[in-house]
Design a protein around this ligand. Structure first.
Ligand code: C2O
Ligand code: CU
Ligand code: CU
Length: 483
């Protein structure tokens, strides 16, 4: 397929349309009733025992191209965008959907789209092994398996250029819904957090890697002083007293770790990377590393007409040598504005959300040790032609990821959700599906994972984009067992 150099004004294709997006970038995938001949029913696994819902075929088109948008009040700048938007449109799928995404790369360099956290075939993973050349196109085809409802995101993943392309605006949210969502009907907000740095001329500041700032970014991970929520500075979210909202929060920052707190409010922590927990957990703040997602219930306990501010508080992920001077200053992210209307009666919230089956540690025949040092994994930098770890399809494994240096390195595994067993020997307090774990300074984390359904080559890496781009990444190859 040859990509047209002409950039359509509106995202559209022969088969599918992305509906106009709302202020928060929510787009609906358009469904076609007829089954798509190129797709097969989802594999059934122990993790995904539910019968498949009615098959829905979803096709959509993403054009990756330069655009000019406003990220700061009163200013526009040159960006790279999905369908002209920063963040890209929020993609909404249902469990069971057969999805085809037609991607056209109108950039002057290779790119990919990686569907961060989705359990899908390696051919659709958009890893650095499968670049879409400048001017080229690719159709990503995958099935959303039952059990995967949650909050995910998509971003480019080309070799060495992921940090640059995301900094320029290429990131977007994915929401996957279950037919039996226990929180259905609660109003939602999708909040994509990012930060950026701008030149005096108002353009995204991404210095050459061999400049002093470039070297500092490579070490520390690139941060910027401008904090954005859904590509805007300090947006306002309306709420009514008594109302409960479900916030799906995605950390799309290159390196910044957020410690979120909402003045005068507590959260109910109900889910993370791979969807809902078994029950809600009350928390007063929430640490969110790069690449991670959380689902929080915000209970509108404020009085009519009042307001609250979502802030990020001090979190010391840094090595003392590269720690920014203002690292511990709280920063405002958004305003929660109560309407003047009288309070509504709060909804009754379920105390049980869903069952999260435990992966069986007695079945874990293989243990792996991954050591993070500064810029290296097990002493090596990424080699696209090397396989670092070899696993068997269907196998259960326990991985220990150890950080031997004095700054946090958030670990990410492609393709498979895992369950954290313990951090520094302390058992994880409750079960959750995760594809990210922040491995803190001198911390050691153990998780269990099962390589269900999809063989292939899968990346694992530090999700500080500057570290990833400079080789803090390895390749796991999962192969079917010979019979
Ligand atoms: Cu969010 Cu390998 O990526
Ligand atoms: Cu990923
Ligand atoms: Cu790192």
């Amino acid at each position: 397929m040859v990509a047209s150099k002409r950039r359509p004004r509106r995202p559209s294709s022969l088969f599918a349309v992305l509906a106009a997006s709302s202020a928060l970038g929510v787009a609906l995938a358009h469904a076609r009733p007829a089954p798509h001949p190129g797709l097969h029913p989802a594999p059934r696994t122990a993790r995904n025992p539910a019968p498949l819902p009615a098959v829905r075929n979803v096709e959509l088109t993403l054009n990756i191209a330069p655009a000019r948008v406003s990220l700061r009040p009163g200013d526009t700048c040159n960006v790279l965008a999905f369908n002209g938007q920063v963040p890209g449109p929020t993609l909404e799928f249902r469990e069971g959907d057969h999805v085809v995404v037609h991607v056209h790369n109108h950039l002057a360099e290779p790119t990919t789209i990686h569907w961060h956290g989705l359990h899908i075939p390696a051919s659709a993973d958009g890893s650095p092994l499968s670049p879409i050349p400048a001017g080229g196109s690719y159709d990503y085809a995958f099935t959303i398996l039952p059990g995967s409802a949650g909050t995910y995101w998509y971003h480019p993943h080309p070799h060495h250029r992921t940090g640059y392309q995301i900094a320029k605006g290429l990131y977007g949210a994915i929401v996957i819904r279950a037919a039996d969502d226990p929180l259905a009907g609660i109003p939602e907000q999708v909040l994509v957090l990012s930060d950026n740095r701008f030149t005096p001329a108002g353009e995204v500041d991404f210095p050459p890697p061999d400049s002093p700032q470039g070297r500092l970014d490579e070490e520390n991970g690139r941060e910027g002083p401008v904090l954005l929520v859904n590509g805007r500075v300090m947006p306002t979210i309306p709420i009514r007293s008594g109302e409960v909202q479900r916030w799906r929060i995605i950390n799309a920052s290159a390196a910044r770790i957020y410690r979120l707190a909402l003045t005068g409010h507590e959260f109910l922590y109900v889910g993370s990377d791979g969807g809902l927990f078994e029950r809600p957990v009350p928390v007063s703040e929430m640490v969110l590393a790069t690449g991670e997602r959380v689902e929080l219930l915000v209970r509108g306990s404020g009085a009519p007409g009042s307001r609250a501010v979502l802030q990020t508080l001090a979190y010391d992920r840094y090595d003392p040598h590269t720690r920014p001077a203002d690292w511990n200053a709280p920063r405002d992210l958004l305003t929660l504005q109560y309407s003047d209307s009288a309070a509504v009666a709060p909804p009754v919230l379920p105390s049980r959300l869903r069952v999260v089956p435990a992966l069986d540690t007695s079945r874990a025949a293989v243990r792996r040790y991954i050591v993070f040092s500064q810029g290296l994994i097990n002493g090596k930098t990424m080699d696209m032609n090397r396989v670092d770890e070899r696993g068997r399809l269907g196998a259960t494994e326990i991985w220990q990821v150890e950080n031997v240096v004095g700054m946090d390195h958030p670990f990410h595994l492609h393709g498979f959700q895992f369950q954290i067993l313990e951090r520094n020997g302390v058992p994880e307090p409750f079960r959750a599906w995760k594809d990210m774990v922040d491995v803190r300074k001198h911390e050691s984390v153990r998780f269990i994972v099962r390589f269900d359904d999809y063989p292939g080559k899968w990346m694992y890496h530090c999700h500080i984009l500057d570290h990833e781009d400079h080789g803090m990444m390895g390749i796991l190859e999962v192969t079917p067992t010979r019979r």
